[in-house]
Each structure stands twice: as structure tokens, then as C-alpha cells.
Design a protein around this ligand. Structure first.
Ligand SMILES: *Cc1c(COP(=O)(O)O)cnc(C)c1O
Length: 225
């Protein structure tokens, strides 16, 4: 299948799930996760009109995206992987959205970089929704103070993000994230990947992050955070 056919197939699956949930499909942003894939795999999606892309690593994004953006200046880059505070400047300079904001030190570093650059990418607070020690994201109990810190620091908090536990039904975790977002007054929900995005859409996802279903399997599964 061509890239634009794969894109159309995903869009129609999103539209179907949205319709079942009585949602407007245009409220859902499809982020094409292009991590590990070279520019010539990304280009056909750009040519087909797709604009939202996700990368895990600041360094990899910095290698691929400046050249692509010269040709497609309206492309939007979402950084979805765990972010080190010492990469905050680079992240703020290149990202349109940062999906893995999960601790006070990172909030402080991002706020400093945003103030210095006068650029404010949308921020999603990542919640460690399955309370898994190996995963990024704040503990559920730490979310309220973290949200308060992000708002005080003038970070544009757009939503919450999660990566549910592998190998089990993701729906309860998506539902829990949606419930917490409602309680905290946060509108965006970055959740759902290739294997479970329709479920996520039915539960309220506003941003789905889809890699392998669009690009094919990655040679090495990019480190998920
Ligand atoms: C790689 C990755 C994705 C995409 O995963 P697929 O299963 O290939 O769709 C989504 N979110 C994050 C945070 C990722 O690291």
C-alpha cells in the first residue's frame, strides 16, 4: 500500500470510531509517528497533505526535520518521548507540542526556554497511568501539583498523555486518563497507538499517535517512554 492509502485507511478507521462515539472526527489529530523512519519515508505523507508528525528523540528530530520543514513549513512536530531537561532549549525551539512533560525540573527547564525564546509549544502532562516503574509520566497522585506548577510557569497545558501497560486491554487506562482530565479541567487527551487507537477515540482521545500502522514495523522498536 502507498503511504497515502495507508493514511486514508487510518483516517477512515478514526472516522468510524468517532461516529460510533458521536464525536466529530475533525476533533481528533492523527500524529504520524515517524521515529526511526528516514526522510524519504516521511515525505510521501507530507506530499499527501499530512502535517502532524511525532518523534521520540530530540536529536533524531533535529537531524531529519529542518530539511523537511524547508519544503513543508507548515508541518507540525510533536515530541512524544521522554525528555531530558538539558534538551529543553532544543525541544522548545523545534516542537509545536511536547507530550511527555512529567516532572517539576522539566517544567522549570521548559518555562525558562520558552521565556527566553518567546515560543510556547503546547504541553501535555504525561501520567504514568498503570503506575509502572519503568515508564515515564507522573504518578496519578502527583498530577494536581504538577498541573498547578505548569500553569504557574505559564506552560500552555493542552492535555494529558499516557502510555498504558503493554499486553493488556488499554480501555480502562484510557477511561481513567479521561476521567482524571475531566476532574482537572484539561481538554486534550493524547492516547492511542497503532493497536488501540479506535478504542482511544471512542473514549475521548483528541490526539492519537500512530507509527507502525502508517509506516510499517520499525526495524528496532524505538524506545517507548
Ligand atoms: C513509538 C510510539 C508511538 C507509536 O507506536 P506504534 O505502536 O508504532 O503506533 C506512540 N507513542 C509513543 C510515546 C511512542 O514512543
Amino acid at each position: 500500500m502507498q503511504a497515502d492509502d495507508r493514511l486514508a485507511a487510518i483516517h477512515s478507521r478514526i472516522a468510524h470510531a468517532a461516529k460510533l462515539a458521536r464525536r466529530d472526527a475533525t476533533d481528533i489529530t492523527l500524529i504520524a509517528v515517524s521515529k526511526t523512519h528516514p526522510a524519504d519515508a516521511i515525505e510521501p505523507l507530507l506530499a499527501a497533505g499530512h502535517r502532524d508528525f511525532g518523534e521520540n528523540r530530540v536529536q533524531e528530530a533535529g537531524e531529519k526535520w529542518p530539511a523537511l520543514r524547508e519544503r513543508y513549513p507548515d508541518a507540525r512536530l510533536h515530541l512524544i518521548g521522554q525528555l531530558q531537561s538539558n534538551k529543553a532549549n532544543e525541544a522548545v525551539a523545534m516542537a509545536d507540542a511536547i507530550h511527555a512533560v512529567d516532572r517539576p525540573s522539566l517544567i522549570a527547564a521548559l518555562a525558562k526556554a520558552m521565556d527566553a525564546q518567546g515560543r510556547r509549544p503546547a504541553c501535555f502532562i504525561q501520567v504514568n497511568i498503570g503506575e509502572e516503574p519503568q515508564k515515564g509520566g507522573c504518578a496519578i497522585i502527583d498530577l494536581p501539583p504538577l498541573l498547578a506548577a505548569a500553569r504557574t510557569a505559564d506552560l500552555p497545558v493542552t492535555g494529558l498523555m499516557c502510555l498504558p501497560p503493554n499486553g493488556v486491554d488499554a480501555a480502562p487506562y484510557f477511561a481513567l486518563l479521561a476521567k482524571i482530565a475531566r476532574e482537572e479541567g484539561v481538554a486534550g487527551l493524547s492516547m492511542g497507538m497503532s493497536d488501540d487507537f479506535e478504542t482511544a477515540v471512542m473514549i475521548g482521545a483528541t490526539h492519537v499517535r500512530i507509527g507502525s500502522a502508517l509506516f510499517g514495523e520499525r526495524a528496532s522498536k524505538g524506545a517507548s517512554a
